[in-house]
Design a protein around this ligand. Sequence first.
Ligand code: TYD
Length: 205
Amino acid sequence: MKNKFIAVEGLDGSGKTTQIKMLASALEKSGEKVYVTAEPTYYETGEYIRRILSESLDKNMYLQGALFLADRLEHITHPEHGIKKYLAEGYTVICDRYYYSSFAYQGTASDIDWVMNINLRCPEILTPDLCIFLDVDPSTCKGRIDAGRNGAELYEKSVELMSGIRNNFLDVFSRLKDRENIKIIDANRGLEEIQADIIKTVKHS
Ligand code: TYD
C-alpha cells in the first residue's frame, strides 16, 4: 500500500489529537512508518500565529490567511522536517489541520475565493490523499474546551462562532467534493467507534 498524506480536520475540541494518536499507533502496528504533524507548526511562522491566536491580537484576516499559507509552505518544504521529505522517505504523514482550516476560519471572514486560490494554486502546496473531518456538535466541543483550558483562543469564543465555522467547513467540502477525497465522520460517538470508522476509511482510500 502506498504511503499517504492524510489531513485531519475538525473544530477545536473535536477530539482530533486523540484520534490521530490512535490512528498512528494502529498504522504503526500494521508495519507502516508514520509521521504525525500539525498546523500551525512549531517553526517561527507557527509561533507567530500561535501568539496571534492565544493573545487574540487584532490582525486582519488577509494577513492571517497569508501567514497560515507561509507556515504551510515551511511545513511542506522544510529540508529536514518537511512533509515532502517524509513522504519521499515512505512515511504516511498525518497532519492535524491543513488548508481546509484556512478556508473555514480565514476564508469566510475575508474572501473565501482568495484564500482558496492562494493555497490551491500554489504549486508547492500538496493535495492530501485523504481529508477526514471529525464532525462533532459545536456545543460538545465548547464544553470540552471550557473544561480543559483557562482562556479561550481567538476562535473558541462561543457556540455560535463554532457553529459558523462548522458550516464553513461543510460548505468548503461541498465545493471541493469532485476534486478531493474528503470523508466526514460522525464523531459524536465513543472513541473506539469513531476510530473504527477512521481505520476503515484510511484502508479503503
Ligand atoms: P489547534 O488545532 O486548536 O491547535 P492547539 O491544539 O495547539 O490549540 O489550532 C489552533 C487554531 O488555529 C485553531 O483555532 C484553528 C486555527 N487555524 C486557522 O485559523 N487557520 C488555519 O489554517 C489553521 C491550520 C489553524
